[in-house]
Design a protein around this ligand. Structure first.
Ligand code: GTP
Ligand code: MG
Length: 555
């Protein structure tokens, strides 16, 4: 313990003053680049939606000749962008310059005649390439370059980041390897656009847009596709009848509640997706959930899709996360590292249950960044104060207003490195008083818990709700124990950097962040007696508390 204190003091003293100045400058530049490069989410969404409407998805053969294929498609108009990818077969996404080209392409496409079955004659922009003269002879693969749409396997990722020079670079490399690519993002908007074609058959003015991690900046390859069916822009809503003279009103079906209307719309569209939607399989209507949804798998893209309607607050939280992620590059890097760490240790799961969700975990990272001194990101209340008239948003009586213009947000000059932040994150939650306090990103301060759920994270827009109500004591304990162990390890892991060791061996032995992604002691203690676990975790906790005391300027 004594030598550990020394080590810790050494690392906390950190880099020399020149290096600090250079680092501060780099951080400021990163913050500015980050802010300048971002446009409000709704502008980006609209641009991507238009691109998707001009695009088609074509199932090809591995022997497809790229040149001939493009030449054939170009008969219908100029191609802006195309790429190939593999998902149970080879597919091409092709974006034309104009939507007339898509219409012309569809006009020339043939409805298949099948011998023993019959087809539903629903036309979509999902097509097969059937022209054999476009295929290279000899059954050879044509050497098409495919864009990866899946995430790097964990062992490969650990190996890759182990070759980096610093923990900071490891974290950046992890983000680079996990984040959504330009192509994957286009594919997500295209799948929404294909679904929109089904929904607009009933509601011509509706839109379907992605929300959640597909667009909030924190999505990783392979994450689900959350879709929002927006019926708010249907004209005629909130229009006043003239005070005198004749006027007409639509006759419409009525239901007891907005929820009942949403359920009925999702039920019908879900049925349509199931019966008519090419490539959509395993459709489940989960209409009695708190937020009714239709879940299905879109085979050609490989996406697990969740279609919701009337879910405006979730869209607002997506915008908020997008804003936070765009303010300072460190936000996304830290979130990606923490999410990956949580996933490998089974803190988060793809199966719903008492686990902490990625959404809750992201809130915890944001809260931690608000609690730094000086804070790295502003509180939601501060973002609300910066809002302009166009940002005003009241949803079901909840004030969801906050600034959307990145340039209006002035950041404080915090120059902490990613390495310091990662280690501090684990320490923060290893010693957090979960039994008494609530995490509140609106205020950026701990508040007393209003109810007794083990983990209380305030829903930022519906402040009477707790977004982590599902989490049970066991899962919270596991999170805390892993934070304790990782905090302990992260403060030592730099010593394990083989590049910095005197032996000078340039091996790719897992070190730094990579070492935190390997199985930890806490992972293996599930089967052991609870008492041993409590003792171990108490020991580490008291050690951390004593380190904290030693570190504080008053001691
Ligand atoms: P992934 O795990 O990568 O899919 O992250 P995600 O952010 O997309 O989470 P998820 O698919 O579970 O939810 C999609 C979006 O719904 C989130 O980004 C939030 O905006 C919203 N959301 C999810 N869970 C909650 C919750 O418990 N409360 C509220 N208010 N919104 C939620
Ligand atoms: Mg999601």
């Amino acid at each position: 313990v004594h030598s550990f204190h020394k080590l810790q003091a050494f690392f906390r003293r950190g880099i020399g003053s020149d290096a600090v100045a250079v680092h501060a400058e780099t951080v400021r530049k990163l913050q500015c680049d980050e802010q300048n490069g971002h446009r409000a989410l709704h502008i980006l969404q609209e641009e991507r939606r238009k691109q998707a409407q001009r695009s088609v998805l074509i199932s090809c053969q591995v022997t497809t000749n790229e040149k001939k294929f493009l030449k054939y498609l170009s008969q219908h108009g100029d191609i802006n962008k195309f790429f190939f990818y593999e998902s149970y077969g080879l597919y091409a996404v092709v974006e034309f310059s104009s939507s007339e080209s898509v219409a012309s392409l569809l006009e020339s496409s043939v409805i298949p005649s099948v011998s023993h079955e019959c087809v539903v004659p629903f036309k979509s922009r999902l097509l097969w390439l059937r022209n054999h003269s476009l295929v290279d002879s000899g059954g050879q693969t044509s050497g098409l370059v495919c864009q990866a749409q899946t995430t790097t396997p964990i062992n490969e990722l650990i190996h890759r980041i182990s070759t980096q020079e610093s923990i900071e670079q490891q974290m950046m490399s992890l983000t680079e390897a996990s984040q959504l690519t330009e192509e994957n993002s286009r594919l997500r908007f295209l799948v929404c656009s294909l679904l929109e074609d089904i929904a607009t058959a009933y509601f011509p003015e509706c839109t379907i847009t992605p929300f959640g991690s597909s667009v909030n900046g924190f999505g990783k390859l392979g994450c689900d596709l959350d879709m929002f069916l927006n019926l708010d822009n249907i004209k005629g809503r909130n229009m006043r009848l003239p005070k005198s003279g004749l006027s007409l009103e639509y006759q419409m079906k009525r239901a007891n509640s907005e929820r009942a209307v949403t359920q009925s719309i999702l039920s019908v569209i879900g049925e349509c997706v199931d019966q008519f939607g090419p490539g959509c399989v395993g459709v489940q209507k989960i209409l009695n959930a708190r937020c009714p949804l239709v879940r299905f798998s879109h085979q050609p893209s490989g996406f697990q899709c969740d279609l919701t309607a009337n879910n405006r607050v979730a869209m607002k939280s997506t915008e908020l996360l997008y804003l936070y992620g765009g303010l300072d590059a460190r936000v996304r890097h830290l979130v990606f590292s923490v999410r990956c760490w949580a996933r490998v240790h089974g803190i988060t799961s793809s199966i719903p249950g008492a686990w902490i969700t990625n959404f809750s975990l992201t809130m915890m990272v944001l809260f931690f960044l608000q609690r730094r001194n000086p804070p790295i990101i502003p509180t939601l209340d501060q973002l609300q104060q910066l809002a302009g008239p166009a940002d005003k948003s009241i949803i079901d009586g909840n004030d969801c207003t906050f600034v959307s213009d990145f340039a209006k947000v002035q950041l404080q000059s915090n120059t902490e490195t990613l390495e310091q932040l990662l280690s501090a994150f684990f320490e923060f939650y290893a010693t957090f008083n979960f039994s008494r306090l609530s995490i509140n990103i609106r205020k950026g301060k701990e508040q007393n818990k209003p109810e007794m759920s083990p983990l209380h994270i305030l829903n930022p827009f519906e402040t009477s709700l707790n977004i982590s109500k599902n989490v049970n004591v066991t899962q919270l304990d596991r999170f805390v124990a892993l934070c304790q162990e990782s905090s302990w390890l992260s403060q030592q892991s730099r010593t394990l950097n083989p590049k910095k060791s005197t032996s000078g061996k340039n091996t790719a032995m897992p070190w730094g962040l990579a070492a935190l992604l390997l199985p930890l002691q806490v992972d293996g203690i599930k089967g052991r007696k609870k008492k041993t676990r409590e003792l171990a975790s108490e020991r580490i906790k008291s050690l951390l508390v004593s380190l904290k005391k030693k570190d504080s300027p008053t001691s």
